[in-house]
Design a binder for this molecule. Structure first.
Ligand SMILES: Nc1nc2c(ncn2[C@@H]2O[C@H](COP(=O)(O)OP(=O)(O)OP(=O)(O)O)[C@@H](O)[C@H]2O)c(=O)[nH]1
Ligand SMILES: [Mg+2]
Length: 340
């Protein structure tokens, strides 16, 4: 049985412009609150997501479709092949098992015989797992971007600054990655592009002092949002904890009433390793949400499911390319629809 061929690849490559969702979309208000406002060209958002998830779609939906087409009756082999596909997509053994157990339950309860129907149920289960409650945006807010080297923190901050600015929010950036001067230079380019002020100190300065100045700037401008870039060098737990604690202390002391959100940025191409990073950060600090970048560069987008299931943390934003519109507010239903 040629399970893992790519017979349907051509069909899948054509992005459905007006793809009808199989299940009714959740009311916008239930999904939107945490999201930065989407950029103007609404129609293009799903196509960008679709394009950005091509590798994962070819990998996951390609294999699932072949399996479904080659399955007469839903039996043990079907479930076993399916769980293998999910694990191979970096969904993690635990989460994949959980998904298949739930699928089996619903298939049996509904006396489902058609593998195509089982495929739809699988989609629903994945959407449910990832549909985490998201906290509404509150102003003034401080967004702290943390994560290891090169995951996409600075780029994400630049894109967020542009988006919030375009939605008429007043934004200030703080270059608290003082580990190397180039980091602040990189952020400065984004600040100029977005037309927002940047606070920076000399290389080697105390990150908490940069945050202090950032707060003064944000207050003087009555800004809605202060976004803080942090150094991505591999932290040991103790250093990271100390540094973040110091920054939190400055914010609570100097910026009364400000909402503090800590976003952990993870590079999707690092797979299960990214999951380990997330676990480490979650032990050290209260992570508000995950930014999962570079999904366009991996066939293993199942990591988005594993992170949200295993850590119970919402994925708040995803990066599906290097363009400005390629940073998107995460929406579970669109994500699953773009993969299947
Ligand atoms: N393809 C793709 N590339 C991305 C995405 N997000 C970020 N990048 C790229 O990843 C590279 C690293 O991004 P940075 O923003 O510099 O990462 P960082 O976490 O700030 O890195 P350090 O400051 O060194 O810790 C850049 O070349 C970005 O363009 C994405 O969603 N897709
Ligand atoms: Mg950086």
């Amino acid at each position: 049985m040629a399970l893992f061929g790519f017979g349907k690849k051509k069909e899948r490559e054509q992005a459905p412009q007006q793809k009808a969702p199989e299940t009714p979309a959740a009311p916008a208000a239930a999904r939107e609150p945490e999201a930065a406002p989407e950029p103007e060209k609404k129609g293009g958002i799903f196509s960008r997501l679709w394009r950005g998830l091509t590798k994962t779609r070819d990998n996951v939906a390609g294999k699932v479709d072949d399996l479904v087409e080659n399955t007469g009756v839903i039996d043990e082999d079907f479930y076993e092949s399916l769980v293998d596909i999910l694990i191979m997509s970096d969904m993690g053994v635990r989460t994949s098992d959980k998904v298949i157990t739930e699928l089996r339950k619903r298939v049996e309860a509904g006396r489902i015989k058609n593998p195509r129907e089982a495929r739809e149920i699988l989609k629903t289960i994945l959407k449910e797992i990832m549909d985490k409650p998201r906290e509404p945006l509150r102003w003034p807010m401080v967004m702290l971007m943390v994560g290891v080297n090169g995951v996409g923190k600075t780029t994400t901050i630049g894109k967020l600054a542009l988006r919030f600015k375009a939605a008429r929010h007043s934004v200030v950036l703080a270059a608290a990655d003082t580990f190397r001067a180039a980091a602040a230079d990189q952020l400065e380019i984004w600040a100029e592009r977005a037309g927002v002020p940047l606070v920076r100190h000399a290389e080697g300065a105390d990150p908490a002092a940069v945050v202090f100045d950032g707060i003064q700037k944000a207050k003087s401008q009555e800004a809605d949002l202060l976004i803080v870039d942090t150094a991505g060098r591999l932290h040991n737990k103790k250093n990271l904890m100390d540094e973040l604690e110091k920054i939190y202390r400055v914010i609570t002391r100097e910026y009364e009433g400000a909402e503090i959100r800590t976003y952990l940025v993870i590079d999707a191409t690092t797979g299960q390793n990214g999951l380990q990073q997330a676990k480490m950060f979650a032990e050290v600090t209260k992570v508000s949400g995950i930014v999962l970048t570079k999904l366009d560069g991996t066939a293993k987008g199942g990591i988005a499911v594993a992170i949200q299931d295993e850590l119970g943390l919402p994925v708040s934003y995803i990066g599906v390319g290097e363009g400005i519109d390629d940073l998107q507010a995460f929406d579970a239903a669109s994500f699953v629809d773009a993969i299947f």
